[in-house]
Design a protein around this ligand. Sequence first.
Ligand code: AMP
Length: 219
Amino acid sequence: MNLILIGAQGSGKGTQASILIDRLGIRHLSSGDIFRNAVAQGTPLGMELKGYMDRGDLVPDRLTIQLILDLLQAPEYAPGVVLDGFPRTRDQARALDDALPQLQRTIDRAIYLNVPRDVLLDRLSGRYVCIAHQHVFNIKTKPPRVPGVCDIDGSDLIQRSDDTPAVIEKRLQTFFEDTIQVVHYYRAQGKLLELDGNQPIEEVSLHLLYGLGLEPVQA
Ligand code: AMP
């Protein structure tokens, strides 16, 4: 199965992506993670990306499209993929559609986690990630057991450099102006599964699995 996960920052996209990959045994491809790795490694591409990301702007399509389409050819994604964060513009969605025959795959569904802007602002301002593996915590909704320490690997928790109030505001504006076009794009194709993301994580994942025609995972 090949799925696209669309949601603003703070919509719970990453959490639902891990539920899906566990349930379906397919791989997660997050353009944001790939870009953050390039920045962390200080590659020439990373240095070019950093400015856009720190401002909350989209990375230009000329840097994004070919990179992600090339990665999609890797054998690890052959059984299926959850695309998280790509496509994010109408041109990216078109480029992906154009490449699908060559990639020998089709997109089954595009899932949109719909969360109101004020809820997103509230969620993002409390978000912390661990420096070792980017496990996500939230001081309001999912606090770590020990303040400032990751429950899973014990590393320090930090705020992402693009989770400051001004950048959060900019990223949400970018989402509701640009990325929302991708929602319309897949709605027009009849592939959109729109979910109310302003619910507890378990509720969202139940609706998500049912929407995909899958039984929920047994506890
Ligand atoms: P994310 O972790 O998905 O929120 O992505 C973090 C940042 O990476 C975004 O704010 C953008 O600057 C950049 N980014 C990630 N995916 C894309 C994409 N498909 N197109 C353009 N920029 C992207």
